[in-house]
Design a binder for this molecule. Structure first.
Ligand SMILES: Nc1ncnc2c1ncn2[C@@H]1O[C@H](COP(=O)(O)OP(=O)(O)OP(=O)(O)O)[C@@H](O)[C@H]1O
Length: 245
């Protein structure tokens, strides 16, 4: 099944397009790494995919329907840059924050024992059960992004979209976090990850989309590593490329 499909998508905040004529498909089970230099349109492209921004031209389908009519928020777990950097953290406990993942399912009804069990499982999966009663805004960066993943898991999302989730997280927690993403992907959850560390992405992602306003590469990770897309995309802005091997 195709999870996201973009055809000739262009979007501009002002005069200059931030995303220009991008076509790509994300298939169920993909672990897509979205890479490109600073300011190259990665966040914009992700928000277009999720229906948070409307394209100026082109079409976007999410789970097979035009994204404009999409109202199935519970199928997406979106961890924005603000969420992990702390700006969006709420004065609630970890358990309360993760329980919010159930709200799309219970509507105005009450939480059932099943809902509570799903929340417990999500806390367990990301290994933060012992932090359940702590305030989210008192967690470390690494603990906080686990809490946001747990919330997405509790919502039983089919698609996890993460925008630089490990900014400010130490190397060890970061590695554990990417292992967690890999195992969630093995369980069938589709993942789209924005990450500026090319080495991390090529180690973990099964597919790569490389953009600098326009799409320079979209395909499996091996063909990306062997291609010139990286130097071409980054060369356009003269940024230094950091390899991590
Ligand atoms: N709300 C906005 N209003 C106007 N311009 C914006 C807005 N958000 C982003 N831009 C511009 O659009 C371009 C793409 O930004 P975007 O955040 O999508 O890039 P990015 O690749 O995610 O960047 P980074 O890696 O630095 O997070 C940049 O030139 C940016 O300055």
């Amino acid at each position: 099944m195709t999870v996201v499909e973009l055809e000739n998508v262009t979007f501009a905040y002002g005069e200059q397009p931030a995303v220009e004529d991008v076509s790509l498909q994300v298939e169920e089970g993909d672990f897509l790494g979205l890479v490109g230099p600073n300011g190259s349109g990665k966040t914009t492209l992700l928000q277009l995919m999720l229906g948070l921004l409307r394209p100026d031209s082109g079409t976007i389908e999410l789970f097979g329907d035009p994204v404009s009519t999409f109202d199935d928020g519970e199928r997406i777990g979106y961890v924005s840059q603000q969420a992990t950097s702390g700006g969006g953290s709420m004065p609630v406990t970890v358990r309360e924050a993760v329980t919010m993942g159930r709200f799309a399912h219970v509507g105005h009804g009450r939480l059932t024992d099943d809902d509570r069990a799903i929340v417990d499982d999500a806390l367990e999966t990301v290994d933060i059960t012992e932090l359940a009663d702590r305030q989210v805004n008192q967690l470390s960066g690494g603990q906080r992004q686990r809490a946001y993943i747990a919330r997405a898991l509790a919502s039983e999302a089919d698609l996890l979209a993460l925008d630089e989730p490990t900014v400010g997280v130490d190397a060890e927690s970061r590695d554990a976090f990417y292992q967690l993403l890999e195992s969630l992907n093995d369980d069938g959850i589709t993942i789209i990850l924005i990450e500026h560390d090319i080495g991390v992405v090529t180690d973990r992602a099964t597919r790569i989309a490389c953009i600098n306003t326009e799409l320079y590469h979209h395909g499996d990770t091996e063909s990306f590593v062997e291609s010139d897309a990286l130097t071409e995309a980054y060369g356009a802005t003269g940024q230094v490329v950091h390899h991590h091997h």
